[in-house]
Design a protein around this ligand. Structure first.
Ligand code: AMP
Ligand code: MG
Length: 465
């Protein structure tokens, strides 16, 4: 089968990338192919499962028409700036249907520094499950086209099975891409980047400033959507924040079980910089770094440019609050009656009694009794129910599509990864199936709704790099 590659990124000026080919692996095999996504891209999923398709997904063969490359970017990681990051374990093989097709774990690139350019199986399965769950939940995200076993071991803390993940994205442009050129005073490349981003993402915008406004809007909405699901990205570095407004990079991410606004999971995030409730503030901080990179393009007069940037950045908290209020008002079934205090009261109550974020909201659409069953101390929960009842007639069908029954719970993901280490992929496929339909209870998947028992709780997640 001939794949229809376009490779517009490869047409950009030289500094944007390094041409790099994947390094073949010894004995690849398919773990999963995303049939629906393949068809959307005009690819026959059975081709992807064929020997020829597998060879492409493993990086063992370069499809006709593709021009593999590693993208250059910079980024603030945990607040510190690295002027030179770039795709160290990812290779963009080309674009199909306007989407980037990228292999993660396909071997070293000129940007790999000390890394091996490989992925362990665990992070491959995690990204596949969580990104596809996010999509089914209605959150903008990069997608998973395929996961393969490499048949090789990668050396992490101990030797682990290796995998290659095929990621599909509207683009892999990030705040760090702009920072890369800004750090080199390369205004011409910045201009090319802005033009390219506008065209790739089909924006109405025609200037760098309008692109900036678009990214602010999209990120405010995106982070509000994360918050509505108890999602913690875990590594909101500026190189992991996409200009398309898609969630990208599922390294140490996690969904919360018990509600705790200061929750963090990532082992490397010792200070909780990227904890749940810090996410909007961090998004704004990252957008400020984006503004700094684009300043030369906002206005010739740099003082004016700074004023323009400040004016937009100041709007972020309101944009976020509006989205957040709308989402949570829908979650409690009262889209017409948006009362921030009523919502905050519920969140405070959930935090103080450490109730399960997902189950508490889901049960509210079922019955008062099932809602109350989440709370040990019933009285304040009953008081809240009375306030809620007085606030209007809740739209329970709306609540059912705003409050999932299934999220990719951490302990289930760990279980999936452990089984996969023993060559048992049944738990992976089972969890994936349940997560395809997150807003409907499905027979046989009851256990996937349940929070972890005390022994099952996962305290830390790891980047797996
Ligand atoms: P991430 O945490 O995935 O956002 O990665 C941060 C940076 O480290 C990026 O430039 C990656 O390409 C690079 N990186 C992560 N893991 C590896 C690896 N195994 N080999 C080479 N580079 C890596
Ligand atoms: Mg990254």
């Amino acid at each position: 089968m001939k794949l229809n590659f376009q490779n517009t990124f490869a047409r950009l000026p030289k500094g944007f990338f390094e041409k790099t080919e994947p390094t073949p692996v010894i004995q690849p095999s398919i773990i999963a192919v995303n049939d629906k996504l393949a068809k959307e891209l005009g690819i026959d999923p059975n081709f992807l499962r064929s020997d020829e398709g597998l060879a492409i997904l493993a990086g063992n063969s370069i499809p006709e028409g593709a021009e593999p490359l590693a993208m250059a970017y910079a980024g603030h990681q945990f607040g510190g700036f690295s002027p030179q990051l770039g795709d160290g374990r990812a290779i963009l093989i080309g674009e199909i249907g306007g989407k980037d097709i990228q292999l993660k774990g396909a071997g070293p690139t000129p940007f790999s520094r000390r890394g091996d350019g490989r992925s362990a199986l665990g992070p491959v399965l995690r990204e596949y499950l969580v990104s596809e769950a996010m999509h089914a939940l209605g959150i903008p995200t990069t997608r998973a086209l395929a996961a393969v076993l490499s048949g090789e071991l990668v050396l992490r803390e101990k030797p682990e099975k290796g995998g290659v993940f095929t990621r599909v994205a509207s683009s892999h442009l990030r705040i760090g891409t702009a920072q890369y050129f800004a750090a080199r005073d390369d205004t011409e490349s910045l201009k090319a980047l802005v033009e390219y981003a506008i065209q790739r993402h089909n924006l109405q915008a025609s200037t760098a400033f309008e692109l900036f406004q678009d990214v602010i809007r999209k990120q405010a909405q995106l982070v509000a959507q994360w918050m509505g699901l108890g999602f913690i990205h875990g590594v909101m570095n500026t190189d992991n924040m996409s200009l398309s407004g898609e969630t990208i990079d599922y390294g140490p991410c996690a969904f919360m079980d018990q509600f705790n606004p200061t929750q963090k999971f990532s082992y490397i995030d010792q200070n909780g910089r990227y904890a749940y409730s810090n996410q909007p503030g961090i998004a704004q901080w990252n957008l400020t770094r984006f503004a700094e990179a684009l300043l030369p393009l906002f206005n010739k007069d740099q003082e004016k440019a700074v004023q323009m940037a400040k004016g937009e950045l100041e709007k972020f908290p309101n944009l976020f609050d509006e989205s957040h209020l709308e989402i949570f008002s829908k979650k409690i079934g009262l889209p017409q009656n948006q009362d921030p205090e009523l919502i905050q009261a519920l969140l405070d109550l959930m935090a103080s009694q450490k109730t399960d974020f997902t189950l508490t909201f889901r049960s509210l659409s079922n019955s008062p009794d099932s809602f109350l069953s989440n709370f040990e101390d019933k009285e304040p929960a009953q008081d809240w129910l009375a306030r809620w009842n007085a606030a209007g007639i809740p739209d329970t069908s709306l609540m059912k599509v705003m409050n999932p029954a299934y999220i990719p719970r951490n302990h289930r993901i760990e279980e999936v990864i452990e089984a996969a280490q023993q060559d048992n992929f049944a738990p992976f496929h089972e969890l994936h199936k349940a997560l395809q339909n997150p807003y409907n209870e499905q027979e046989g998947f009851e256990k996937l709704q349940q929070p972890p028992t005390p022994e099952e709780i996962v305290c830390n997640t790891f980047c797996g790099t």
